[in-house]
Design a protein. Structure first.
Length: 100
C-alpha cells in the first residue's frame, strides 16, 4: 500500500482519485502520523491490477470458459485429415464433377 502525505493528497487530488479508481489503496499521513486510508468502493466487484498474475489468470479462465461454449467442431476427431478431406469432396456439391 502506497503512503502519501496530506499535502501530497491536496496537491495531486486528481491523480490520487484516478489511482484509487483503478483499485489502489493509499494510506494518508498527517504530521507524520497515519490519518486514514483511501480505498476503492468495490460494490461487490473485485478489481485486479492490470498485468498482475491474478488478472492474467482470470482472463485465461474467462477465455477457456468461452472456448468451451463457443463453436464446436463438426469434424470427427477419430478420422485422419485425408479422410476428412475426401469426405468433404464427396459430400459437397460444388466439388462434384459433371462427368459422374
Amino acid at each position: 500500500m502506497k503512503t502519501i502525505t496530506a499535502k501530497n493528497l491536496r496537491d495531486n487530488l486528481d491523480e490520487i482519485v484516478k489511482r484509487v479508481g483503478r483499485g489502489e489503496s493509499i494510506k494518508v499521513t498527517y504530521r507524520s502520523r497515519s490519518a486514514f486510508v483511501i480505498q476503492p468502493d468495490y460494490d461487490g466487484k473485485v478489481f485486479e491490477k492490470p498485468g498482475s498474475l491474478s488478472a492474467m489468470q482470470a482472463y485465461v479462465a474467462k477465455v477457456r470458459e468461452v472456448n468451451k461454449t463457443s463453436r464446436k467442431s463438426e469434424l470427427d476427431s477419430a478420422k485422419s485429415v485425408k479422410e476428412l478431406y475426401h469426405n468433404m469432396l464427396d459430400n459437397n456439391p460444388k466439388y462434384k464433377s459433371d462427368h459422374e
